[in-house]
Design a protein around this ligand. Structure first.
Ligand code: ZN
Length: 83
C-alpha cells in the first residue's frame, strides 16, 4: 500500500513531499508550487525519523480549512523550529 500524494499539515499550512534523501525527507510548502517564481514560499520541513525541522518563514497567510482532518493519519513528532 502507498499514499499517492503525501502531505504534511502544520499550523494550517500544507506541505508536499519534495524529495526523499538518505536519512531525511524534504517537504516544501504548497506555496512553493505556484507559477510566479518570485512569490514562491521558501518554508520547508525536513523530517528525520520522528523529528520535523521547520525552516524559514512563510511569505503568506495560512489557509484554515474545515476538512483538514479528513483522511489524515496523524503521528506524534518532535517539531524543531529553525530560522
Ligand atoms: Zn508557505
Amino acid at each position: 500500500m502507498g499514499i499517492k500524494n503525501p502531505k504534511i499539515m502544520l499550523d494550517d499550512h500544507d506541505y508536499r513531499l519534495y524529495r526523499k534523501l538518505p536519512g531525511k525527507t524534504v517537504w516544501l510548502c504548497s506555496h512553493y508550487y505556484i507559477n510566479e517564481k518570485e512569490f514562491r514560499c521558501k518554508n520547508r520541513i525536513e523530517t528525520s525519523g520522528r523529528v520535523a525541522y521547520v525552516k524559514g518563514i512563510h511569505n503568506h497567510q495560512p489557509r484554515p480549512r474545515k476538512d483538514k482532518y479528513k483522511n489524515m493519519l496523524s503521528q506524534m513528532v518532535t517539531i524543531v523550529r529553525q530560522p
